[in-house]
Write a protein that binds this ligand. Structure first.
Ligand code: NDP
Length: 285
């Protein structure tokens, strides 16, 4: 029992959950591991799990599914309490190659199932994402992934999947931050029951010095990163900020306790500037 004189540890922030179109729930804030070398990933993911994150976003191409899986295994956290996302790389698109790539990802992660499997990019010039999606539907039907979705899909790519008349993607993970707000993509998703998940939610740090954001942060006694993450959450997006720095890992999670005003949200909404940092999905093959 804690004695009255012992300072209590700060409470773990409570991350809201969103419900996917198949009834599965996903923590609205998770942890991304892009550009973290495999041998550093175990420590970073362990740090995130200890801070209270329960959702981890990796991908075959990140080369750190092994490190991610090791942190999960060593955490002692029940598998049912975790939400694990991985992604199919472009070179593996196609029906049979998708099935093989999925087996490989599971083996690297050391898991029997993932919670969400995403097509990483549509790569329209290859024109294989419909075949790939059929393989995703098989993996979903077999219960090997609890949900299936896509990443970097424009409305025209999503429409072709919808036209198959099968499973509607649960999630579309796209670049989104104050300088690239993706309103059309998110609106299309909302119309069809597809949740939008923001990658590079902090624009890899590029928007943290914006005076609109630093002014709000100063007024609220929060950090710029927390203000941006809270703005995403208020807009109904899932966010997966990445950091290898334990203080920032905790800081980002604590964004769930920040409260923005309607005016704060409007001021950040006004920063939309077509400021894409990654490739355009139409041209990335
Ligand atoms: P983020 O927008 O999450 O930014 C990460 C960068 O910001 C790192 O340099 C990190 O530094 C720094 N940072 C993090 N928190 C803070 C903070 N509180 N204060 C100051 N700086 C901070 O970029 P990512 O591109 O990593 O995107 C997040 C995740 O999205 C990825 O890890 C990946 O899981 C996913 N993603 C998906 C893509 C896709 O095509 N589907 C493409 C790109 C990303 P440090 O680590 O040194 O602390």
């Amino acid at each position: 029992m804690t004695s009255p004189t012992t300072p209590s540890a700060p409470a773990t922030p409570t991350v809201p959950a969103l419900t996917l179109n198949n009834g599965v729930t996903i923590p609205q804030l998770g942890f991304g591991v892009f550009q973290v070398p495999d041998d550093e990933t175990t420590e970073a993911v362990a740090s995130a799990l200890e801070a209270g994150y329960r959702s981890i976003d990796t991908a075959a191409i990140y080369g750190n599914e092994v490190g991610t899986g090791r942190a999960i295994a060593e955490s002692g956290i029940a598998r049912d309490d975790l939400f694990v996302t991985t992604k199919l790389w472009n070179a593996d698109q196609g029906y049979d190659s998708t099935l093989r790539a999925f087996d490989d990802s599971l083996e690297k992660l050391g898991l029997d199932t993932v919670d969400l499997y995403l097509i990483h990019w549509p790569t329209p010039a290859k024109d294989l994402y419909l075949d790939t999606w059929r393989a995703f539907e098989r993996l979903y039907a077999e219960g090997r992934t609890r949900a299936i979705g896509v990443s970097n899909f424009e409305p025209e790519h999503l429409q072709r999947i919808l036209d198959l008349g099968g499973t509607v993607p649960a999630v579309n993970q796209v670049e989104a931050h104050p300088a690239l707000q993706q309103r059309a993509v998110q609106a299309f998703g909302a119309e069809h029951g597809i949740l939008t998940e923001a990658w590079s939610p902090l624009a890899q740090g590029a928007v943290l010095g914006d005076p609109t954001i630093t002014d709000i942060a100063t007024r609220l006694g929060a950090t710029p990163a927390q203000v941006i993450l809270r703005w995403h959450l208020d807009a109904g997006r899932i966010v997966i900020p990445k950091s290898v720095t334990p203080t920032r890992i905790r800081e980002n999670l604590a964004s769930v306790d920040v409260q923005l005003t309607v005016e704060d949200r409007a001021a950040i909404d006004a920063l939309d500037a077509d400021g894409r940092t990654g490739p355009h999905p139409a041209d990335f093959n």
